[in-house]
Design a protein around this ligand. Structure first.
Ligand code: HEC
Length: 107
């Protein structure tokens, strides 16, 4: 988990130099057009998200609850680019991100 967070922080600081808003916009539309598989998304979630948002997505004092959240423009952009202390996950595949939202929306 620590390595993943470090990787995320590194990715975020690298992408911060580029035009991350625009690069995210095309991918966001592609991701929203995919249909997610919640079973596959559980694996993505456990590996990348549960450390902060909790195994059941209910968050903690430091991290928001995301259980029940469906994919949207704003949320997909946030996952790609990061926000605040959340690292960006643009290294995940488009299908992985569609899958993880399919899973979160079932929590
Ligand atoms: C290092 C901790 C951390 C990890 C790992 C993490 N998040 Fe977050 N997440 C946050 C924080 C902090 C916020 C609040 C960001 C802000 O708006 O300042 C957040 C916000 C969100 C939100 C928006 C919630 C809302 O209602 O505004 C979504 C959706 C989300 N995360 C999904 C994910 C997904 C999907 C993953 C895994 C791919 C993930 N997060 C991994 C810390 C994390």
């Amino acid at each position: 988990m620590k390595n993943l967070v470090m990787f995320g922080v590194l990715t975020l600081s690298l992408t911060a130099c580029g035009d991350k808003g625009d690069s995210g916009t095309d991918r966001t539309a592609d991701i929203l057009a995919l249909s997610g598989d919640s079973a596959a998304g559980e694996t993505v979630y456990t590996a990348n998200c549960s450390g902060c948002h909790g195994a059941d997505g209910s968050g903690s004092d430091s991290f928001p609850a995301i259980n029940g959240s469906a994919a949207s423009d704003a949320f997909v952009n946030l996952v790609l680019d990061g926000a605040g202390s959340m690292p960006g996950f643009s290294s995940l595949g488009d299908q992985d991100i569609a899958d993880v939202f399919a899973y979160i929306s079932t929590l």
